[in-house]
Design a protein around this ligand. Structure first.
Ligand SMILES: [Zn+2]
Length: 146
């Protein structure tokens, strides 16, 4: 029997096999993810304001941007952006597909960072797991470069 794989939108992702995977997938590159909200709460409690969300005017559309100071913060989901700290396993099915997709994600992230730096920006990547472990520590990191 052959597994029929459907393709969603232009995403070219195989339809998730269960709801759990579906939830993870739909959180890919979306706005207002849980770690983002946590981090923003932290920024707020530290009195850090004046940033823009999903700033479209620069490469990579940073999740948090301080345009005046040319500082970009990327809040990366550990799964989709392949966090080096977590080093999560690849899905067992469609391994090759995912490997390629993740490699593209990583390449895109690198390219965005490089282009930002070329434009004189400072780019900081914060991983989901770092925020979950200690959001205020991440806020400290941001404060340091502000
Ligand atoms: Zn991680």
């Amino acid at each position: 029997m052959q597994l029929i794989v459907q393709y969603k939108r232009d995403d070219r992702s195989p339809t998730p096999l269960n709801e759990n995977v579906s939830k993870v997938m739909s959180s890919n590159r979306s706005k207002n993810t849980k770690p983002e909200k946590l981090l923003r709460q932290g920024l707020c409690s530290d009195g850090i304001r004046g940033y823009r969300l999903n700033w479209k005017k620069v490469p990579g559309k940073p999740d948090i941007a301080f345009p005046g100071r040319k500082i970009a913060i990327f809040v990366n989901g550990c799964y989709w952006h392949r966090c080096p700290i977590c080093d999560l396993a690849l899905p067992k099915t469609n391994k090759e597909f995912w490997k390629e997709k993740f490699e593209k994600n990583i390449a895109r992230d690198k390219m965005s960072t490089k282009r930002l730096i070329d434009l004189g920006w400072v780019a900081l990547t914060i991983w989901e797991c770092e925020i979950n472990a200690d959001a205020m520590e991440c806020v400290k990191k941001i404060r340091k470069i502000l």
